[in-house]
Design a protein around this ligand. Structure first.
Ligand SMILES: Nc1ncnc2c1ncn2[C@@H]1O[C@H](COP(=O)(O)OP(=O)(O)OP(=O)(O)O)[C@@H](O)[C@H]1O
Length: 491
């Protein structure tokens, strides 16, 4: 293998197995200095595993890791950091019981002296200001008190801070999946500026628009192999989807015959956000798909959690008339049971129907899990494997299966498609529409405008209150953006 002057990374013939799963099957990858390389592929294609090998957090079974021209025989996260490689992984790595400044200090042992806390706070704040102007994060905020979007912002900002070690290559594994479109735009603009300054970025995303607009080169992975690599201009959306192994995206917006006349079916939910002045309520009838829009952290998740709580106890201002399941937004903190199998994670909301006498029937639990594995293509050789053996997107599918597999008539979804690949998304959209036709109600917070278009009715949130109430026919991206911003406090 010859090394080009401008290559910062060369991986050659990298292989990795996890038990029977062949996660990487002889992957070659080159990253050049000062380029944004995007890595795309279906859930479980091997993208994160490859990045973990580059970051030194997972050892390859076989293959070469060459960085800055030097082959790395003994490689570790510390060595990767020394060489200027930084990572923002899907599962965030901040210590939840420490503050923002303390987390910066953990990453930068060079910040010493009596005033280390002030120096660490200034370092991270200035990077947050540079990437996410108006971010609203303070250096003394505890990580566990921050919503997921702000934790993601801190993680990204920390990866770009430098003290005694250089920043040469930043791996961003689905960094925008928890961010609203405004904040995601700030990050992508910053990434382009960093690249122009000579830093290399590896960008992983299932949002193909972001990939096409912000990359210099795109590498497509499928089943543990790289199957295409080209300049970004050589790809369009259809070629990307086809190369990833999917079909052409189909428009899945409901047609006119799917639409319900509002108010003609039974009322399932009436809820007023706590900060709501005036008399606007969120109203959801049986069989409706209701979208919640607006910038992240403006009250959508709180309202979903209040509706969830109101199904089992009195909550002022909220009436819920059917059983409820929730697809949690923060998979790591609130979604998965990390010590349980995939089957147990899927079955936990369906215990009543899985019971045989006093015990849970393993046979019925397996049947439910296998049904959903096939229905939404959860990639695993065995549903008895631990949930953490799944790739991020496949864990998200398991959470979705948990809610849809339950008997709940109302499904609350807190941005449930984070990290789910395009092919599966299209199938899940159809599934939601089909379930709604069968009388299930969906209340769906999403950061993707395309997903709002799948809803029958959309409420836009700002500062904890509903500020716009849009029927499907009235919905445009401009209206959502305008309502999200007009008069919004800088946050
Ligand atoms: N720790 C692990 N134990 C067992 N299997 C694993 C482990 N980590 C990854 N795998 C498996 O390796 C394969 C590749 O997973 P990986 O996370 O790299 O995919 P990905 O392309 O990043 O997917 P996604 O888009 O969903 O994040 C998957 O089949 C996954 O189940």
């Amino acid at each position: 293998m010859t090394l080009e002057e401008s290559d910062i990374v060369r991986l050659g013939g990298v292989e990795k197995h996890f038990g029977a799963v062949r996660a990487l099957d002889g992957v070659d990858l080159t990253v050049r200095s000062g380029e944004c390389l995007s890595l795309v592929g279906h859930n479980g294609a091997g993208k994160s595993t490859l990045m973990h090998i580059l970051a030194g957090t997972v050892a390859a079974d076989r293959g070469r890791v060459v960085i800055g021209g030097d082959e790395q025989s003994v490689y570790s996260p510390a060595r990767a950091k020394q060489l200027g490689i930084r990572c923002v992984f899907q599962e965030l790595s901040l210590c939840p019981n420490l503050t923002v400044a303390e987390n910066a200090r953990v990453f930068h042992p060079a910040l010493t002296g009596l005033n280390w806390r002030r120096k660490a706070g200034a370092l991270i704040t200035s990077k947050l200001d540079e990437i996410f102007p108006g971010h609203g994060v303070g250096p003394s905020d505890l990580i566990q008190d921050l919503p997921i979007a702000r934790r993601q912002m801190v993680e990204v900002a920390r990866a770009f801070t430098a003290t005694d070690e250089p920043v040469r290559l930043v791996i961003l594994d689905e960094p925008t999946s928890s961010l609203d479109s405004h904040t995601a735009g700030q990050l992508l603009a910053f990434m382009r500026r960093a690249v122009a300054d000579g830093i290399s970025c590896i960008f992983i995303s299932h949002l193909l628009g972001e990939v096409l607009q912000n990359s210099d080169r795109i590498v497509v992975m499928r089943d543990g192999r790289t199957i295409a690599a080209d300049r970004a201009e050589a790809f369009d959306r259809n070629r990307l989807v086809a190369t990833m192994g999917g079909s052409e995206p189909r428009p899945t917006e409901a047609n006119a015959s799917d639409r319900l006349a509002r108010g003609k079916t039974r009322l399932h939910v009436r809820a007023r956000p706590r900060q709501q002045g005036g008399s606007t309520d969120l109203v959801a009838h049986e069989g409706e798909i209701i979208g919640l829009a607006g910038l992240a952290g403006h009250g959508q998740t709180e309202l979903l959690l209040t509706i969830f709580a109101a199904a089992t106890r009195q909550c002022p201002g909220v009436a819920v008339n059917a059983t409820v399941a929730l697809v949690a937004g923060d998979r790591q903190a609130d979604g998965i049971f990390p010590l349980w199998s995939i089957a147990e994670n899927i079955g936990i909301c369906s215990l009543r129907k899985l019971r045989q006498g006093a015990l849970i029937s393993r046979r019925l639990e397996d049947k439910l899990a296998n049904f959903w594995r096939d229905r939404i293509k959860i990639r695993t050789p065995d549903i008895h494997n631990n949930i953490l053996s799944l790739s991020g997107g496949n864990q998200q599918k398991a959470l979705f299966a948990r809610a849809l597999g339950s008997e709940a008539r109302i499904v609350l979804m807190d941005d449930p498609m984070r990290g789910v690949d395009i092919g599966t998304k299209l199938e899940v959209y159809d599934l939601i529409r089909e379930e709604a036709r069968g009388g299930r109600t969906f209340i769906w917070y999403t950061t993707e405008t395309d997903e709002l278009k799948k809803c029958d009715h959309v409420y836009v949130f700002r500062n904890g209150a509903i500020v716009a109430d849009l029927a499907r026919d009235e919905l445009t991206e401009e209206k959502v953006i305008q309502s999200s911003f007009v008069g919004a406090d800088p946050r």
